[in-house]
Design a protein around this ligand. Structure first.
Ligand code: CMP
Length: 137
């Protein structure tokens, strides 16, 4: 069993597809074991994406992630990190496989509907960023 962090980004929240995206997780064997709806500040987004601080897209990414509310959840299941990444599809929606969340709901590489942890190690760091011990055991 693994846990991974998922963020439904501001573009997908605006499109009113929170339920459709969560339902894809559930239908594919991932259980939602913690969840919150929140509007990140630019500083929150900058801290969350600190690993990308030297990348040219850091400013745009953190502007976008603080442009509206997001839904953050912890998904649990067998091989959860890889399973979630497969369901999401490629980072750039133009390259995302048909039937993936990004192929169906994303508009651009920034407004790409969802974020998912890229490794088990980062999943733990990202879960700890958003959820305290009362919110997830
Ligand atoms: P995400 O999985 O949230 O992780 C970092 C985000 O940076 C990524 O999805 C994209 O939305 C955004 N991004 C913008 N440009 C790029 C790029 N050239 N390569 C990777 N990620 C990018």
């Amino acid at each position: 069993m693994q846990r991974t962090l998922s963020i439904i980004k501001p573009d997908a929240v605006k499109k009113n597809v929170i339920g459709e995206i969560l339902s894809r997780f559930e239908k594919n064997g991932l259980k939602i074991v913690a969840m919150k709806y929140l509007h990140l500040s630019k500083d929150d987004a900058a801290r969350f994406y600190i690993v990308h601080k030297d990348r040219p897209f850091y400013g745009e990414l953190t502007d976008f992630m603080s442009s509206g509310p997001v839904v953050v959840s912890v998904l649990e299941g067998e091989d959860a990190v890889a399973k979630n990444r497969k369901l999401m599809g490629a980072t750039n929606p133009k390259e995302a496989e048909k039937g993936t969340i990004r192929a169906d709901f994303a508009d651009s590489i920034d407004a790409n509907a969802v974020h998912g942890s890229d490794s088990l190690e980062n999943a733990k760091i990202e879960i700890d960023f958003f959820f305290n011990k009362l919110e997830i055991k």
